[in-house]
Unconditional design. Structure first.
Lengths: 181, 296
């Protein structure tokens, strides 16, 4: 089915089409929800919320941008709405934390397991890093979505970058180098 | 490492999170879609139902009037003085008028048809026609409302999966509208099983220490044959670490279950509760006990 056919089918609330949309975009939606929620069960709940929103608000999709893009943005928004209730973005950033040597020498081996690496970060930093590095949001957008200031967003990102680099990529960073911010 | 190298590293591997969500989740989604249909569709549905209901009542009303007319075949003026039950001049055929003893059994049949709709449009009737009446046995009328009733659900929107209103209001009052995208459960005293937790509950000193505490309080009262006995205890670890709902599964008899449960209840030391994302929650827990009885 073409994208247009899927959209039309959804507007008619046709179950078969909706199921097809679920199967087509479900993996990527799940990927996003797992990145933000960490917990598998909560990720599933967010997937459910995402598709329910998609099917119930299909009439709000006005063909601007791709259908997939619209769906994935809804997924991110669902997760953020849930997370912003519980996450305190201000508590966690402390520059002392960054310089403490962590884990063991094997931490370099985690480099390919992005899930592990992201889960290592505290909640707020992880969310901001996800939004900035992977979703490509700007700090202004992040601040608005999360209800925080741009400054907080920037410091969370800074922290995430430093922590990740130091912990997992330290052998790639020459010791005397300036850290890019 | 440069920033954009770092970002690229993660972005390139972000697909590793992808995972097909599965059929079970789809059933849950479908279930929700069936309960809370699109508001536009609800409005259409209500409109259609109202239209059909009006039509049905009009038809039913006119049939009732028609039958009623056929029953009586005497002029109104004469009737009033001779037969008090035939109060024909009153245009109240579709309402349950108690004076009309002949038709009292039939009028209630109309009620279920009317009540099925939330709206009550004006029944269309012609009061003047009531004047000329004839007599006829009542049973003919009973069929009319019955058949009208059965057409009502089937003429509801075709191709729509809306359930009838009665079942909606009876069964599904728990979930909220998804516009607000809330996922909190309404029941705040929910008990979680350990696999749902981000942090497991713990007894200070570990499960071993717990067993030791229990065994200290455990007293064997009866004369019990030698051997190994097993009993499984299920309980709930509350948010404050106290235990509740202590139950024995696979009771081996000899008062073992009662003794173990008594030992549980007598412990003062609390557990650290299980957590989901930093929030303590009630956790269901299970511990097996193996008791060996020796003579000696």
């Amino acid at each position: 089915m073409t994208e247009q056919q899927l959209i039309q089918g959804c507007k008619k609330q046709d179950r078969l089409t909706q199921n097809h949309v679920y199967k087509t975009y479900g993996s990527k939606v799940m990927g996003i929800c797992k990145r933000y929620m960490k917990d598998h069960e909560r990720a599933e709940e967010m997937v459910m919320n995402t598709f329910l929103t998609v099917f119930q608000k299909i009439n709000q999709y006005n063909n601007q941008g791709s259908f997939e893009g619209w769906i994935l943005r809804i997924a991110v928004n669902c997760c953020l709405m849930e997370l912003r209730k519980k996450t305190n973005f201000k508590n966690e950033v402390s520059t002392d934390d960054v310089s403490i040597p962590v884990l063991n020498n094997d931490s370099d081996l985690w480099r390919d397991d992005v899930e592990k690496m992201l889960n290592y970060l505290p909640e707020g930093a992880r969310i901001v890093f996800n939004l900035y590095a992977i979703e490509g949001y700007k700090h202004a957008e992040i601040a608005e979505q999360l209800g925080i200031s741009e400054g907080t967003s920037k410091s969370q990102l800074s922290y995430a970058k430093e922590k990740l680099k130091k912990t997992f990529f330290s052998s790639l960073t020459p010791k005397a180098a300036n850290y890019e911010r | 490492m440069k920033d954009n190298e770092l970002f690229k590293h993660f972005k390139d591997r972000s697909d590793s999170f992808n995972e097909p969500p599965g059929d079970q989740l789809w059933s849950r989604i479908e279930g929700q879609l069936n309960i809370t249909p699109n508001s536009a569709m609800v409005r259409k549905g209500v409109m259609y139902k109202a239209l059909i209901a009006t039509g049905v009542i009009a038809i039913a009303g006119s049939i009732v009037i028609f039958n009623y007319l056929e029953k009586q075949n005497i002029e109104p003026a004469v009737i009033k003085t001779e037969q008090p039950q035939q109060i024909i001049n009153e245009p109240v055929v579709t309402e349950p008028a108690p004076e009309e003893k002949q038709t009292v059994g039939d009028i209630p049949e109309e009620k279920p048809v009317i009540k099925e709709d939330s709206k009550k449009p004006e029944p269309k009737k012609d009061p003047v026609a009531v004047a000329a009446v004839k007599k006829e046995p009542a049973p003919a009328k009973k069929e009319a409302p019955a058949t009208q009733k059965t057409t009502l659900p089937t003429t509801a929107l075709k191709g729509e999966e809306l359930k009838s209103k009665e079942s909606e209001t009876i069964e599904f009052t728990i979930k909220k509208e998804h516009d607000s995208l809330q996922t909190d459960h309404v029941n705040f005293n929910r008990v979680f099983s350990p696999d749902k937790l981000t942090k497991q509950p713990e007894f200070p000193g570990g499960t071993q220490a717990f067993y030791v505490q229990i065994s200290r309080k455990f007293v064997v009262k009866q004369a019990i044959p030698e051997g190994d006995y097993k009993v499984n205890i299920s309980f709930v670890i509350e948010k404050d670490g106290t235990l509740s709902n202590i139950k024995a599964i696979d009771d081996p008899g000899y008062g073992f279950s009662e003794q173990v449960i008594k030992a549980f209840s007598s412990l003062t030391q609390k557990w650290t509760p299980g957590q989901i994302d930093g929030r303590p929650v009630r956790t269901s827990y299970n511990l097996p006990f193996s008791i060996n009885i020796k003579k000696g």
